[in-house]
Design a binder for this molecule. Sequence first.
Ligand SMILES: Nc1ncnc2c1ncn2[C@@H]1O[C@H](COP(=O)(O)OP(=O)(O)OP(=O)(O)O)[C@@H](O)[C@H]1O
Ligand SMILES: Nc1nc2c(ncn2[C@@H]2O[C@H](COP(=O)(O)O)[C@@H](O)[C@H]2O)c(=O)[nH]1
Length: 194
Amino acid sequence: MENENRVIVITGASGAGKTSVARYLWEKYGVPRVITHTDREPREGEIDGVDYYFENLDSWHQNHFIEQVNYSGHKYGSSYEGLERAWAKSKQSNHPGIISLVVDTVGAITYKKTLKNQAVIWFVTVSDVAGLQNRLIERGDNPIHVVERTSSADFERDMHLPTELKNQSTVIINDDWQLTQKAADHFITSLFYK
Ligand SMILES: Nc1ncnc2c1ncn2[C@@H]1O[C@H](COP(=O)(O)OP(=O)(O)OP(=O)(O)O)[C@@H](O)[C@H]1O
Ligand SMILES: Nc1nc2c(ncn2[C@@H]2O[C@H](COP(=O)(O)O)[C@@H](O)[C@H]2O)c(=O)[nH]1
């Protein structure tokens, strides 16, 4: 019988609003997010074990990674341990068997290949890069880093839905937060009542 558990893989460019969508799914529907790992420094307000597991060289190797990437000069990865914790949390929720995960498009392709129908891909994007840059600056990112990041090849790549995910993804254009919430409500409800 097909495994009915689902991982909502939320992907897209840095600043497109992926984490905001994942947070909304948690706050409104109790869908837990997989906490991933990185070796970058925490931004102001970010908490270890909540936003990321912030790792050093030694601790990085203590995890068992499903996939890992280099993004903007730093390591990021999702681990079996992180997924297990999210599944455990999901058992306590009103909608067990659904978790979310926020990754770049390289990670999303890996999940689709590995989990097949168990991975439900949501590609989040925006119409206007200048608006996205302002959002990142308002988030507290260093303006120089914002310019560097949004000029990077990783960013440019993640602004486009990869060929491997075409016709297998739900696209959310996150220009207006009210509309994004409505889109998320619609897509999550269709998963709950499948
Ligand atoms: N529709 C929106 N309108 C205005 N601001 C938004 C909207 N969606 C998200 N934001 C804000 O934009 C900033 C970036 O969003 P978020 O952190 O969710 O992006 P992200 O794709 O997860 O970025 P990263 O990959 O860099 O972590 C946040 O401060 C968030 O509150
Ligand atoms: N493939 C993976 N991508 C990940 C993972 N954790 C986060 N990310 C993505 O990295 C960039 C940069 O994140 P930031 O928090 O430094 O802005 C962004 O696209 C994240 O979604 C992961 O485990 N695997």
